[in-house]
Design a binder for this molecule. Structure first.
Ligand code: G3P
Ligand code: MG
Length: 256
């Protein structure tokens, strides 16, 4: 198994809720709180550019209805990158972030690499595009991190996306995301040759953790936002926690 090179604390969507999620501004804020690793959600534009966005649609976190002339349910992945790049992905959060753009994966990769930061890329496909998204994101990531000492960790709830990522770039580390312990989760993670299982924190208990660890997986959890939950998980022996609360939890060393 690949040695685990990642810190214990991972900032969710850059800086949780303190900045507009999945923007470079969020990454900068998370880094200012001492975070060395970040989680972000990545999908494809209609012309195949990987970019950061959590939702299927643009309405919650951009000004898309105005600038694209589309309705509030506009699917993000139906637009070309040239149009998406014009959007304001900061004003919805607060006036100080007005004009913050949607970032490409490439822009985030360059920021992380230049600042020696680690990245967890959650492959978050537009519905119906799991395989394509997994393949394209993995290929971009392999190119962007070529020669880097630590590759990004690719993760997804979508098995098809991880399968495609594995086929395209087998050497990039993968993590299976779980929001329930569905039948066959452990075998699926093994088939996908994952190095980590990343669960909703309520799913980790001595039984599930024992199963995952016995099978050789690193164990991570999302989204951990209070001290009692963090303590419970570290007492259990979790390897990493994804948090919104970059203002509450302070990583204490480079590998914290
Ligand atoms: O990658 C962990 C976490 O981000 C998964 O949930 O919905 O916040 O992307 P979500
Ligand atoms: Mg995510």
């Amino acid at each position: 198994m690949t040695p685990w090179p990642y810190p214990r604390w991972i900032a969710h969507r850059g800086a949780g809720k303190l900045a507009p999620e999945n923007t470079l501004a969020a990454f900068r804020l998370g880094a200012s709180h001492g975070y060395r690793m970040f989680e972000c959600d990545v999908k494809l534009s209609s012309d195949g550019v990987p970019f950061l966005l959590h939702d299927d649609t643009l309405s919650r976190t951009t000004n898309a209805p105005d600038s694209l002339g589309t309705d509030n349910n506009a699917t993000a992945g139906q637009h070309a990158w040239g149009a998406l790049a014009q959007l304001d992905a900061g004003s919805w959060h607060s006036p100080g972030f007005a004009g913050e753009p949607l970032p490409t994966l490439e822009a985030i990769a360059r920021y992380c690499l230049r600042n020696a930061l680690f990245l967890n890329i959650e492959i978050k496909p537009t519905p119906g595009l799991a395989r394509q998204t997994g393949e394209v994101v993995a290929n971009h990531a392999a190119k962007l991190w070529q020669g880097a000492s630590v590759p990004p960790l690719l993760s997804s709830f979508e098995v098809a996306a991880l399968e495609a990522a594995m086929t395209a770039q087998p050497d990039l580390p993968r993590g299976l995301l779980l929001d329930s312990l569905w039948s066959g989760w452990l075998e699926t993670a093994q088939k996908l040759d994952c190095i980590a299982i990343i669960c909703d924190h309520v799913l980790w208990d001595p039984t599930s953790l024992g199963q995952a660890r016995q099978a050789g997986f690193k164990t991570l959890s999302y989204t951990v936002n209070d001290e009692a939950t963090a303590q419970r998980l570290f007492d259990l022996g979790l390897d990493g926690l994804i948090t919104d609360r970059v203002d509450l939890f302070t990583p204490v060393s480079a590998c914290a």
